[in-house]
Write a protein that binds this ligand. Sequence first.
Ligand SMILES: [Zn+2]
Length: 278
Amino acid sequence: MTLVAFLFGLLIGSFLNVCIHRWPIDKSVVRPRSHCPKCERQLAWYDNIPLISYGLLRGRCRHCGETISWRYPTVEVLNGFLFFAAVSQYGLEPISFKCMLFGSMMLALIFTDLEQFLLPDELTLGGMAIGLALSPVLHIMPGATQLIWLIAGTQPEPWLASVTESVCGAVFFGGMLWATREIYYRFRGVDGLGFGDVKLAAMMGAFWGVNYTLIILVVGSIVGAVFGTTLVLLGGKKWSHEMPYGSYLGAAAILVTFWGDDLIGWYWTAVTSAAATP
Ligand SMILES: [Zn+2]
C-alpha cells in the first residue's frame, strides 16, 4: 500500500511541476498539454512519465536538446516520499489525505518561492479556503481557542470547536505576519516580508489551528536562521539579500505536520536528559 502511495505521489508531483511553472505566470494548468518551453513541441506520453522519462532522456528535451530542470525529478520524488510517509504513519485514513494535500501544496509553494520569489494565490488563498472547508469534517485538535469557550462558559459541539480553531488560526497568524510586515516597513522603509507570506501563514492557521501553526512558525524561524547563516558563511549572499521566507515556512510546515510529534518527543527527551545530568 505504501508503494502505491509513493507511485501516486510521483504522479501528483508531476502535476505539481506544471503548477509551479504555470501559476506564477498566470497560465492555465490544464491547457495546453505539457510541452517543451524552448521548442514548444508537445510531449508524448512516454516522455511524460514521472522520473523514468527524465532518466531515459538524461534530462534533455527529445527534440531540441534543451536541459530539463532538476526541479522536475526532485519535486516528483519528494512528493512521492511525502505520500509514502503519510500512508505509513496514518494508514488510509482521512487525516493522511489531509496531510498529502497539505504537503503537496507546501512543496509547490517552496519551489515557486525559491525560483520566482512568489507564493501564488491559487495555493495560499485556495489552501486557506480548503483548510476552512475541511475543519467541520476533519476535526482539528482544540488548542488555544478552548480558552474562548472556557470564558464563554459553554462546551461547543466538536465540529464547532474545530471551525473556531481554524478561523482563529487563519486570523491570528495572518494578522501576526501582517503586523510584522507593517512594523518592519515602518522602521526599515523596505518590505521584509511579502504579502504572500501573510497569506501563507493564514492558510497554515486554517489547516492546523493555533497550536500547531505556532510550532510551525518557531521551527520555520530556526530553519530560516540556519539556512540564512549558512548561505552568508558560504559566501555570495549578503545579510540584506532577499530570503525566500515562504520556502523556510513551507519546509517547517512539512516537518511539523508529518513528524511534529516525533520532533516534540525528541526535544523533551533531550531537555529532560540534559536536566538529569548533574
Ligand atoms: Zn525542446
